[in-house]
Design a protein around this ligand. Structure first.
Ligand code: G4P
Length: 285
């Protein structure tokens, strides 16, 4: 399997920009993918923003295994990192963002009030790896037309605060942080879910990885979609890929067959899967 390579230069720039913005906000929203809540995190974010409260927003809840999402939420909430799961496409769960952060930030706002400071909205910034759903979450949280508070000192030229009601403002440009990984396992998960550009990997490598991870789970939906028999489940991953390619009418075009499997995974047509397991993942990186 070819190694997925990554470019630290991008990372350095993204981190610099995030560091510049962090002093302007009360809370950081780290947007992560509910299918890979560990692999889509970047530990640098917590390091840089350690002085600020942190909320994990797990997007694509509608594509992840619901039982695993509950386990992940329990896991985060036990480790003192509040987390919520949303389907940002339909807005499901978005109301919980404000409900969750208000109690966290109340002591700070009360303290400011006691000191006679003017009442002000809470300010937040969101950050996460590419394609995780940052812009979709932002659009769900704010009313863009009513937005635009004007530039404030320290905010990069062209950046705006977007309003969500009277109580809350979000910086309009979410931080993009390139994923950080030491292991190819994490890289494969990021590629399969769409956080890594398709020019950085071979589709057949990622399709084979997907088959290895999911062929034993939710076999009904998977078998039905690809018209597989019970015997087909005894095939090796490579032979299974060939069989699926044939069954979906692509003859021996394994490149297209691989792309089909990746697309079907991403749209949950072969089932809703979560690839990271809470508590286990730290040891694998
Ligand atoms: P980014 O800013 O982090 O780069 O991500 P963005 O919001 O652009 O979202 C990337 C893709 O993920 C979009 O799909 C978006 O619709 C989808 N998405 C975001 N959140 C969710 C979610 O909670 N559930 C589901 N199912 N999808 C989500 P796209 O294919 O690029 O566009 P389209 O499908 O909206 O046309």
């Amino acid at each position: 399997m070819a190694q997925i390579q990554w470019f630290p230069g991008h990372m350095a720039k993204a981190i610099r920009q995030f560091e510049e913005n962090i002093s302007l906000v009360d809370i950081v929203f780290e947007v992560i993918d509910a299918r890979i809540p560990y692999s889509s995190q970047n530990p640098e974010i917590k390091r840089i923003s350690s002085a600020k409260p942190h909320l994990y927003i797990l997007t694509k809840k509608d594509l992840a295994d619901p039982n695993m999402t509950n386990k992940w939420l329990e896991f985060f909430n036990q480790t003192d990192n509040p987390a919520i799961a949303v389907d940002a496409k339909t807005k499901f769960g978005i109301n919980n963002v404000l409900k969750t952060i208000m109690p966290i930030l109340k002591p700070k706002l009360d303290h400011e009030k006691q000191k006679g400071m003017k009442k002000r909205p809470i300010r937040a910034i969101s950050i996460g790896v590419p394609n995780v759903g940052k812009s979709t979450v932002l659009n769900r949280l704010v009313n863009r037309r009513a937005a635009q508070v004007g530039n404030r000192p320290g905010v990069t030229k062209g950046q705006q605060w977007l309003k969500s009601g009277e109580k809350f403002e979000l910086l309009d440009t979410p931080g993009i942080l390139w994923p950080k990984f030491q292991s190819q396992e994490v890289a494969n998960k990021l590629a399969l879910t769409g956080a890594i550009k398709n020019t950085a990997y071979h589709a057949d490598d990622i399709a084979l990885y997907a088959l290895k991870m999911i062929r034993g789970l939710n076999t009904n939906q998977f078998a039905k979609r690809y018209r597989l028999t019970e015997d087909d489940f005894n095939l090796s991953d490579v032979d299974l890929l060939m069989k699926i390619t044939k069954n979906v009418g692509m003859r021996d075009d394994f490149e297209r067959g691989s792309q089909r499997i990746i697309q079907d995974f991403r749209s949950a047509k072969i089932g809703r899967f979560t690839l990271d397991i809470p508590g286990l993942e730290r040891n694998n990186d």
